[in-house]
Design a protein around this ligand. Structure first.
Ligand SMILES: [Fe+2]
Length: 250
């Protein structure tokens, strides 16, 4: 699904998204950088042929993927990366604090173990990336073709989510993973690594980026006024409250 001239939605499950691919896939965005494509997140890796078909339908191939950037280590975002890396022989990037758990497929650290047979199939396994995972630090920048991406670490939804700020097709874009969703919603789960501080403080910093287009890991994206959603979440945190839970999960 083409969203802007150079941004595509290539996976999204029907449970919490647009029903393009496997039921539990997060939103996977593909950016045409002018020198190959970059994927933001990778989906769960189930029914991967559906994602391949979407990419092909847009005129691209797995071999065009130059990098996979994972916003966090949850399986519905990260478990598709190993197969893509094997096929495209490309680097996989992730927040430094979560990279090791992704690289070794640590099902306890990533909270996959407790979700098997609930969200994931009972026999689901966290696959290891064949060429490893490169950890990124706060404010680190990556350049792909004519696209510069700046990473922001935002502990809260998981140990350390990473959101990606960039300018594409003249729009300030934020790929927000599960850190913040359209409408200013967030998603807190009763998991060991969830934390409210400094979640709110960093949300305030994100609201100062004046984002146009917000591309979250689940639910709807928004091509204009993305900052309104970020600001809504930041404002709730700022007065000591918790932003509303992502509507799929209430
Ligand atoms: Fe998540």
């Amino acid at each position: 699904m083409r969203l802007t001239e150079n941004i595509y939605l290539v996976a999204s499950g029907w449970q919490w998204g647009f029903g393009l691919t496997d039921a539990i896939d997060c939103n996977v965005y593909m950016i045409n950088t002018g020198d190959g494509c970059v994927l933001i997140d990778a989906g769960a890796g189930l029914a991967a042929e559906k994602m391949d078909a979407v990419i092909e339908s847009e005129g691209f191939h797995l071999a065009d993927i130059k990098a996979v950037i994972l916003t966090h280590y949850h399986g519905d975002h990260a478990c598709g990366a190993a197969r893509i890396q094997g096929a495209a022989e490309c680097p996989v990037y992730a927040p430094a604090k979560e990279a090791e758990a992704i690289a070794c497929g640590d099902e306890e650290a990533t909270s996959l173990a407790g979700a098997k047979g609930v969200i994931y199939p009972a026999d689901f396994q966290y696959p290891q990336c064949p060429y490893g995972v490169t950890g990124l630090e706060d404010r680190e920048e990556l350049q792909f073709g004519n696209v510069t991406m700046k990473m922001f670490m935002i502990p809260g939804h998981s140990l350390c989510d990473m959101v990606i700020s960039t300018v594409i097709d003249g729009k300030k874009c934020l790929f927000s993973g599960d850190a913040v969703f359209s409408g200013g919603q967030i998603m807190l789960q009763s998991l060991y690594d969830v934390q409210l501080y400094p979640y709110g403080e960093i949300m305030q910093e994100l609201s100062e980026l004046e984002t146009d287009a917000l591309f979250p890991g689940h639910g709807i994206f928004c091509l204009e006024h993305g900052n309104d959603s970020i600001k809504k979440a930041a404002d709730k945190f700022a007065v000591g409250l918790i932003p509303p839970q992502l509507y799929y999960f209430v």
